[in-house]
Design a protein around this ligand. Structure first.
Ligand code: FE
Ligand code: FE
Ligand code: ZN
Length: 376
């Protein structure tokens, strides 16, 4: 069975709440942070409904899940305090991961800040050695994430990750998490040559190290080194390329985790597109959402055809204009998905009342194209 899900909350009702949220999206896996990603405050796991969560998982056939370490951990830092805090806290996170019954904890390798990439590689390896030596009694693996290359962050190339891995003694406990947005932003051609990307990965790191795949579209062009995620279909990567990632034979059985942004016009009322994204990527949206949903998507195609608007072309053209034309961006900063949403509302394309979320789910299915609709 395809393992696909999203990042879900662990704060509300601990692991039991995470499972419930994941199930509400139709997920077969999910990812959590054990506490706020920005800080090191953690509630004791005893209060986090772990047994209840594991029981719910078993009942619903959810096996493998993933933990993500907080961003404040920087093993690349030259500052003694920052580095030592990172080592100590990551060890605690590894222990928590073990107690949650989870195999992989995803980690942003680190940033070299005022130093240089060579320093970063050595420092990160030094930190990983300490963390892995100090947690030798666990069987948790640290999954180094491929990064976009924003600022001084490391892990933007497979070569950088490979050099870190080869400097780590217990590197049998190092795995890798691929992130489609990060790969694309770092310059890898996820859109036209994902097989080539996987071949390079296999040559430099080895596919056997790949443990997790993050599934995100990108708000920026290939090589932009930006790291801004977009809902699937609304960015530069596109639905087709992302579907090819999820169904790639070489990635069979890996957990695919969405980290796409929640959207909505009212601050605090944003909703995720996960439910639609998961169903569309898995290929069971028709069963999940029913015939009415398909009828609505067909109406969207009909309307946009009439307007001469085609999903991929419109999305790319709009991002291109937002990027290259500062004046146009100032006049209308709305991103492609919001523009399309507004057109649907203004022209009353769909019958009846829709929540913003429900309408955006249909728009997400429109991104998947007519081909998808025909086969649904
Ligand atoms: Fe990440
Ligand atoms: Fe990611
Ligand atoms: Zn990211």
């Amino acid at each position: 069975m395809l393992k696909i899900g999203s990042h879900v909350s662990f704060a509300e009702k601990g692991l039991a709440g995470s499972v419930e949220e994941a199930l509400s999206y139709g997920s077969s896996t999910f990812m959590i942070y054990t506490g706020a990603p920005q800080n090191t405050r953690r509630k004791p796991l005893e209060e986090m409904f772990v047994d209840e969560g594991r029981k719910l998982m078993a009942e619903h056939g959810i096996g493998e899940i993933v933990v993500h370490a907080p961003y404040i951990i920087n093993l690349g830092s030259h500052k003694k305090d920052t580095f030592e805090l990172a080592v100590r806290f990551l060890q605690e996170e590894v222990r928590r991961t073990q107690r949650l019954g989870v195999k992989n904890i995803v980690l942003h390798p680190g940033a070299y800040t005022e130093m240089d990439p060579e320093y970063g590689i050595n420092r990160i390896a030094e930190g990983l050695n300490e963390v892995l030596d100090g947690t030798a009694d666990t069987d948790v693996s640290i999954a180094l994430e491929t990064m976009a290359g924003k600022g001084t962050e490391m892990g933007r190339t497979f070569e950088e990750l490979a050099r870190i891995i080869e400097k780590v003694r217990r590197n049998d406990r190092l795995t890798v998490c691929m992130d489609t947005c990060h790969l694309h932003d770092a310059g890898y051609d996820v859109v036209n040559d994902f097989d080539g990307v996987l071949q390079a990965f296999d040559r430099v790191i080895g596919l056997e190290r790949l443990a997790v795949v993050h599934i995100n579209d990108s708000k920026n062009e290939r090589g932009a080194a930006k790291d801004r995620h977009a809902p699937v279909g609304s960015g530069w990567i596109g639905f087709e390329a992302i579907r090819n990632v999820v169904h790639n034979e070489a990635l069979k059985d890996k957990p695919f985790i969405l980290e796409t942004p929640w959207i909505g016009k009212v601050k605090g009322k944003e909703r995720p597109m996960y439910e639609a994204e998961i169903a569309l990527l898995r290929g069971d949206a028709a069963q999940r959402f029913g015939p009415e949903f398909l009828d609505h998507v067909e109406r969207l195609h009909h309307f946009f055809d009439k307007e001469g608007i085609e999903p991929r072309g419109y999305v790319l053209k709009t991002w291109e204009a937002l990027k290259s034309d500062a004046k146009a961006r100032k006049a209308d900063p709305r991103e492609p998905m919001e523009r399309l949403y507004d057109m649907i509302v203004e022209n009353r394309v769909l019958p009846g009342e829709f929540t913003e979320e429900a309408l955006n789910h249909r728009l997400t299915a429109w991104f998947a194209g007519k081909e998808w609709l025909r086969s649904a």
